[in-house]
Structures are given as C-alpha cells and as structure tokens.
Ligand binder design. Structure first.
Ligand code: ATR
Length: 280
C-alpha cells in the first residue's frame, strides 16, 4: 500500500504542511502522500485511533491538539515532554505511537542555516515565556548557545521559565529595553505582530546594537513591525518561515530518514505567502 501521512488540526485549511511534504516526496522520489485532516477537539481520541487503524504512517499535530494528544500516545520523547506539546507522531513498526516536538530544534536549525558561524558567544534574549519560548530556549541550550535571558509582558511567567532552565535569567520588558544593546541574538516568540491582528511591537528596539540578530518566529506577515524597525537599526533579521520549514524537515527525517532541501522550500513558501522577504 502507498504510504500516507497527515496533519491534524482545527482549523486546517490554511496549513502549508501538505504542500511542503508532497513537494519533498516528489523531489526525493518517495511514493507517499500527505493530507490535511480536520479534527475537532471532541473528536481527537477517535481520530488518533482511526489514523492508526487506517494505516497512517505518521502525522503532524497542530493547534489546538498539541498538548491534548499526549494521553493518546504510547511514548513521549524528551523534546515533547519539555514543551508539554507534540507536533510529530511516528507509528513504530510494532504499531505503537511516539510523539516528539520538532519546533525548538527546527528554530535552531533555521537560525544556523541563515547565519552560519555567526551565533557563538552571543547573549540571547527571548521575548515571551509561552510554549514556543520554552521549546526554543531548551533547544538553544542543548546546542550550547546562550546565556539566555527571558523577558515577558507577565514577568512571573518569565521568572518561572528561567527557574526551569539552568543558568538563565528573567527581567521585565522595561529592563530588557534598557539593556538591549548587550544582546547579540534577540528572539521574538509572542503573537504580537501576527496576521496583522495584534499590531505593534512586543518591545521597543531603540537600543538595539548594530549587527545584532533579531529573529521573529512569525511568518505571516513575512516582515513584522519588529523586524522592520530592527532593519532600520542595521540589525540582521530572520522571520519564522525557516522555523516552519525546519520543523517539517526534521519530522520528514524522522519518518523517511532523508534530509529534505530546506533552502529551496523557504523560497517557495515565501512566494506562496506573497512576498520576497530574505533573511539578511
Ligand atoms: P505559544 O505556544 O505560541 O508560545 P502561549 O504559550 O499562549 O503561545 O504564549 C504566548 C506568549 O505571547 C506569552 O509570552 C504571552 O505573554 P503573557 O505571558 O504576558 O500572556 C505573549 N503575548 C501574547 N499576546 C501578547 C500581547 N498582546 N503583548 C505582549 N505579549 C503577548
């Protein structure tokens, strides 16, 4: 039987994962297909059982099921435990289901691809203290980047996260703004600037040092106001397209044992999103 893969979520129509994985299947001459499946919250357990019964070889999980799916899986790997969220499920040869999370490592790989050899010895500031910030912070530390500081609208959450990540610190948005010039790598993980729905910037980048790297995990719009303002201050910037592509690429590797082409895919997705943004 032809192998098939899926992404489950609600809503799901907007997902670019099917286009990405199907395109990689063609490029790598893999005889398989990848489909989007709309699954509402109430149907999640049933959906997991059905995917397994119908011979799905693996699937991605998106909003709102990333945490809710955990009880229905057999093994949860450390990346998903840390984030308390699963975005990739592998169906093992004995039929058991393994959940992992490729978001954090996907971000780190996208950063390394965009700025090769330019990341060492940089102080890192992460804006935000939610699930995305957590995954990225642990993945960065595992790859020996840092030291890491968190800043967040709700300082308590930043303090809590920093108490879990050895060697990290937390500070208010005001303190981060005042000391911004110290940070060589600034990572924006909040939803501020997303889809034009939450206008503005999560932090005033006035004190940004020239040549520092500012990465925003948002890719719609391709250039958030934070990135525009950072470019005006001669920072190097990266949007979230690379993270999206690399989280998918790492899932692809887990399922097929092949590293797909990420640079070409970032270009394709950028065009799909109607833009010409390049990391620079
Ligand atoms: P995700 O999994 O995408 O990280 P999350 O866990 O809900 O989502 O975290 C959202 C993050 O965006 C939090 O850091 C949140 O700040 P609070 O902890 O203060 O809520 C941040 N965030 C969301 N909307 C924001 C806004 N309008 N201004 C500033 N920060 C915002």
């Amino acid at each position: 039987m032809r192998k098939w893969f899926a992404v489950i979520g609600d809503p799901i129509e907007q997902s670019m994962s099917p286009k990405m994985h199907n395109s990689w299947f063609i490029e790598n001459e893999i005889d398989a297909t990848y489909i989007p499946i709309h699954v509402s919250k109430a149907d999640l357990k049933e959906a997991v059982m059905s995917l397994k019964r119908l011979g799905c070889s693996g699937w991605n999980v998106t909003v709102p099921h990333k945490t809710a799916i955990i009880p229905f899986l057999d093994h949860i790997d450390p990346s998903a435990k840390i984030m308390n969220a699963v975005n990739t499920v592998e169906v093992l040869s004995d039929g058991t289901l393994r959940g992992s999370n490729t978001d954090g490592i996907g971000f780190v790989r996208s950063l390394e691809e965009a700025f090769p050899g330019q990341l060492d010895n940089k102080k890192v500031l992460i804006i935000g203290a939610g699930g995305a910030a957590r995954g990225i912070a642990f993945a960065l530390q595992e790859s020996n980047y840092g030291p890491i500081a968190f800043t967040n609208r709700t300082i308590e959450k930043a303090l809590e996260l920093s108490s879990e990540l050895l060697g990290s610190t937390a500070m208010s948005i005001e303190s981060a703004e005042a000391s911004l010039q110290e940070y060589g790598l600034i990572i924006q993980t909040t939803s501020v600037g997303m889809n034009f729905s939450q206008q503005g910037v999560p932090l005033n980048p006035e004190n940004l040092a020239e040549g520092s790297i500012v990465a925003d995990i948002i890719y719609n719009p391709l250039e958030t106001e934070l990135l525009t303002k950072s470019l005006e201050r001669n920072a190097l910037t990266m949007n979230g397209t690379g993270m999206f592509v690399h989280q998918g690429a790492f899932a692809f590797e887990k399922w097929h044992g092949i590293q797909p082409n990420t640079e070409k895919m970032i270009e394709k997705i950028t065009i799909t999103l109607g833009g010409s943004y390049v990391n620079r």
